[in-house]
Design a protein around this ligand. Structure first.
Ligand code: MF3
Ligand code: CO
Length: 275
């Protein structure tokens, strides 16, 4: 690992393998939280399910205690976009729940998020989540051949416009990030087209790619709890995230147990594990 003048942390293949371990624990923790996300469960139940997996893996939560954050995962329901705090809220049919979590193994971080809809949902909410997930995969696929980190945002933006036009908005207040020995590192990973093309994509980079889409205005505010980000107009939001490694052999989705192979195949990308 070399910290250059641009402050980006470039990882060796051995270090990326440790990040893969953290990523797999992150994925299993999200599996448990998603399985617990049923009508009648509280968001605290989802948190407990994820925490048990991380603990049993001998890993640690990177969210718990992060700038004082009080839980293992974030559960953001309906008009909540990100950083919702799990608690006594009882889930019900039709709720849109974004579940965001991460794990640390030997000092290396994973970070990933998925959106689920409880029971019978509104088809427009399902489309919101599906387009957000597909936007994430298009951004990940773009990273495989990207010259600049900004190409990820270009791909996400182009996909969303082609899929739904202006019907859904890409949030700009929150962006993806580098990840490694900390959860949030340089560089920023924008989810939209910008004249800032960002740094060059180089082997050893690990990026968290995390588009957030909304059914209404892009304006957000933070609730009095100091964490929960909601849309100002109350429109629903979705959030999908994976941590992805770039190495000499290609890319590997660290927080997917198959490295992203299944979802990237239709996009013409074959992930290669770091070695
Ligand atoms: N995945 C979240 C993000 O990148 C991490 C939130 S950490 C928390 O913004 F402490 F806010 F939960
Ligand atoms: Co993140």
């Amino acid at each position: 690992m070399v910290l250059g003048r641009d402050s980006i942390e470039y990882k060796t293949p051995a270090q990326l393998k440790l990040m893969q371990e953290a990523g797999v624990v992150t994925s299993r923790a999200l599996d448990a939280a998603v399985a617990a996300a049923v009508a009648g469960a509280t968001t605290a139940d989802l948190d407990a399910a994820a925490a048990a997996v991380i603990r049993e893996a001998g890993a640690a939560s990177n969210f718990l205690g992060y700038e004082g954050y009080p839980a293992t995962i974030c559960t953001s329901v309906n008009e909540q976009v990100v950083h919702g705090i799990p608690g006594g809220y009882v889930l019900r049919d039709g709720d849109v729940v974004s579940i965001d979590g991460g794990a640390v193994v030997q000092g290396w971080h994973g970070d990933s998020a998925r959106t689920v809809i409880i029971g019978d949902g509104d088809p427009a909410d399902q489309e919101l989540s599906d387009v957000t997930e597909a936007a994430m995969w298009h951004g990940i696929a773009a990273l495989a051949t990207a010259k600049y980190v900004g190409n990820v945002g270009d791909a996400i933006d182009d996909y969303v416009t082609a899929a739904v036009g202006e019907k859904l908005g890409i949030l700009e207040d929150y962006v993806g990030h580098g990840i490694g020995t900390s959860m949030h590192m340089a560089p920023d990973v924008l989810n939209y087209r910008s004249r800032h093309r960002g740094p060059k994509v180089k082997p050893g980079m690990a990026l968290a790619i995390e588009p957030m889409l909304v059914r209404g205005s892009l304006q957000t505010r933070v609730l009095d709890d100091g964490w929960t980000v909601v849309t100002s107009d109350g429109a629903r939001a979705a959030h999908w995230e994976h941590s992805v490694a770039v190495h000499r052999g290609g890319i590997w989705v660290l927080t997917a147990v198959d490295g992203g192979a299944a979802k990237l195949a239709p996009l013409g990308v074959v992930p290669v594990p770091p070695a």
